[in-house]
Design a protein around this ligand. Structure first.
Ligand SMILES: Cc1cc2nc3c(=O)[nH]c(=O)nc-3n(C[C@H](O)[C@H](O)[C@H](O)COP(=O)(O)OP(=O)(O)OC[C@H]3O[C@@H](n4cnc5c(N)ncnc54)[C@H](O)[C@@H]3O)c2cc1C
Ligand code: FES
Length: 594
């Protein structure tokens, strides 16, 4: 409007010049008049804008000053373009160059002095300068490079998604989108619901290789044995450390696993081969490493070894993964995870996995700890809780460590705490892991709350974290006459082959014959085959002693056994007469291939 009111010349003039092969004298005059009109209009706008600017300054009106400055620039631009055309006309340039002079001016490009040889390049019916030609080529290269890069990025993303989904299938169908549920007592204030992202760990980037430099997994194995290298060690609490393990060749970990599974480690410790199982605490979504989080047990053989002797760079013998204590979000709309002490490790894997995937169901995490300083993963859990509206955390501590603040529940985990923390618990799936004594107590509480047994999945970490009471001393009892007679007979026939020693004698009701070792021992109904074997010096390998790792698998040659937990046995194992020595008990005679 302002331009038209000031008689600003039309901008169409200069593009039209491009079409004219040469200027006639009449056109020359018209262009010159147009250029001068442009200069006059620019000058008028500039003068008026200068006046406006001074007035705005006096009135201290910053907005008006900005507007006046914009108009001054407009005026200057008009004057400048008019002057450029006059200069081109005076130099006797062809019309295209006059037009180019104006365009350059508009684009703030430095004018290129044309030489007699600088006629540029002809593209179709267009004549362009070398400068423009090179710029166009560079832009074309840039566009092609960007297209190739985008394509490569898409391929990498697709490959990653493929890898993750093929290793850990998750069924989301039918899950409602969760709106923020109420916070639990003792939980932290939440941030407004945002897209859930994995909580940052202070160490997270420390040892993870850069994604760009990371080789793809060659073969994805469900069960594997080999070596993993310690890439980092983190202290979580005064008694708990996390060990990050990676493929020694620097690639992705060479197996896949489900959240909640464990690995079995073996090491030569003081001249003896020792095996122990540890849950994988890191989620399968992170393919560059696995982490185990280990509590140092008092006088614990393997946990002491890991805490005191293992250093970054060491190799560990590993086999697995194994275990059926898993949850990947499929087939459930919510999950309740109840952890005691270091029993949180497989459940933390589940929490990390579900939050990594922005699983939409409700996750209730209940933690029972001895002391506030033993709250493993506390910072990370709090951070996740702030980010993920569907993660509800409640924790209870037996003691408050000096110098720590604690706003959660105090004392043991009780029925009341569980009921308060988890609404409608009877319709939810429950995963429970912790010391056996705590697990037994929680099972009773859940039964009192009306939770069907079928909804509870458990994993015990065995005697190590269970603080199992030592076996009560029992007065030696004579074996039944039938067994005693059999043992006497055996001893007479082959001295040294029958064992009548130790606690295994007790109220034995049957005999167990270890065929390969050629030894026979009395079998009490409350003793496992593994315990009896140990008492008479028959070697049977073991790790978990709770029926999950499968290390103690052994062939039953004769007889019938009962096993409380047989998670580690497959249908083929059972068909082949394989039993778990750590679980097998019997009231009848047995023959074992050991
Ligand atoms: C599936 C599974 C997953 C597990 N995951 C984890 C995990 O993530 N983190 C973790 O920290 N642990 C985990 N454990 C426990 C772990 O496997 C070990 O049992 C634990 O680390 C202790 O082993 P250790 O060799 O240090 O102790 P051990 O040498 O086995 O001793 C354990 C404890 O028993 C005591 N003890 C040993 N022998 C006797 C005896 N004759 N009489 C009385 N007391 C005795 C010791 O003093 C010690 O306190 C898991 C166990 C299983 C089965
Ligand atoms: S020792 Fe693990 S199943 Fe028996």
């Amino acid at each position: 409007m302002m331009g038209e009111m000031m008689g600003r010349p039309s901008r169409q003039l200069f593009p039209e010049l491009m079409k004219v092969p040469t200027l006639t004298p009449e056109e020359h005059r018209r262009v010159e008049a147009e250029a001068r009109a442009r200069i006059d209009a620019g000058n008028a706008i500039l003068s008026e804008a200068q006046g406006d600017f001074q007035r705005a300054m006096l009135e201290d009106d910053a907005a008006a000053m900005s507007r006046a400055a914009v108009r001054q620039r407009e005026g200057l631009a008009l004057m400048d373009s008019g002057a450029a055309v006059l200069r081109a006309l005076a130099d006797g340039k062809p019309p295209q160059q006059i037009a180019l002079a104006w365009f350059r001016n508009q684009l703030s490009l430095t004018p290129v002095a044309p030489t007699s040889t600088d006629r540029g390049v002809r593209i179709g019916s267009f004549q362009v300068s070398w400068f423009h030609f090179i710029t166009m080529i560079a832009l074309a290269f840039f566009a092609v490079a960007m297209a190739v890069l985008t394509l490569a990025q898409r391929r990498r993303a697709a490959a990653l998604i493929d890898r993750l989904t093929s290793s850990t299938p998750v069924a989301f169908a039918g899950h409602p989108v969760v709106s923020g549920a109420p916070d639990l007592p003792g939980s932290l204030p939440r941030q407004p619901p945002t897209q859930a992202t994995p909580a940052p760990r202070a160490d997270q980037n420390a040892a993870a290789p850069e994604s760009g430099a990371f080789p793809a997994r060659k073969t994805v194995k469900k069960s594997w044995s080999g070596q993993l290298r310690v890439s980092a060690i983190y202290r979580e609490t005064p008694h708990v450390k996390t060990f990050r393990l990676g493929d020694p060749s620097g690639g992705p970990i060479p197996f896949t696993y489900s959240p909640g599974q464990f690995l079995t480690f073996s090491a030569d410790i003081d001249g003896k081969k020792v095996r122990r199982s540890y849950s994988i605490a890191s989620p399968p979504t992170r393919v560059a490493y696995v982490e185990i989080t280990v509590k140092r047990e008092e006088n614990g053989t393997f946990s002491d070894y890991l805490h005191d002797r293992l250093i970054v760079g060491d190799l560990l013998e590993v086999s697995g993964p194994a275990g059926v204590f898993t949850f990947d979000g499929g087939g459930a709309e919510s999950v309740v995870l109840i952890a005691g002490g270091v029993g949180i490790t497989p459940l933390m894997c589940v929490v990390r996995y579900l939050t990594d995937l922005t699983w939409p169901g409700d996750i209730y995490l209940l933690f029972a700890g001895r002391s506030t300083e033993d709250f493993i993963f506390q910072e990370e859990i709090e951070s996740l809780q702030r980010r993920c509206p569907n993660l509800h955390v409640a924790a209870t501590m037996m003691n408050r460590a000096q110098g720590t603040a604690w706003l959660g529940f105090e004392g043991q985990l009780t029925k009341q705490v569980i009921a308060q923390a988890v609404p409608e618990i009877t319709r939810r799936q429950i995963h429970l892991c912790g010391p056996p004594a705590m697990m037994d107590a929680v099972r009773v509480m859940l039964a009192d709350l009306g939770v069907p047994r079928s909804r509870i999945k458990t994993e015990a970490f065995g005697p190590a974290i269970g603080a199992l009471p030592p076996p009560a001393p029992q007065a030696p009892q004579p074996p039944p006459r039938r067994v005693a007679a059999a043992l006497r007979e055996l001893e007479a026939a082959a001295p040294g082959l029958a064992s009548t020693s130790d606690t295994a004698t007790g109220p034995a009701t049957a005999l167990v014959r270890f065929a390969r070792s050629n030894r026979t021992a009395p079998l009490r109904p409350d003793r496992t085959v593994l315990e009896v074997a140990e008492s008479v010096g028959v070697p049977i390998d073991y790790s978990c002693r709770v029926g999950t790792c499968g290390i103690c698998k052994i062939r039953l040659l004769e007889g019938k056994v009962e096993m409380e937990v047989e998670d580690a046995l497959t249908a083929e194992d059972k068909a082949a007469g394989i039993i778990l020595a750590c679980q097998a008990k019997s009231v009848g005679n047995l023959a074992i291939d050991a």
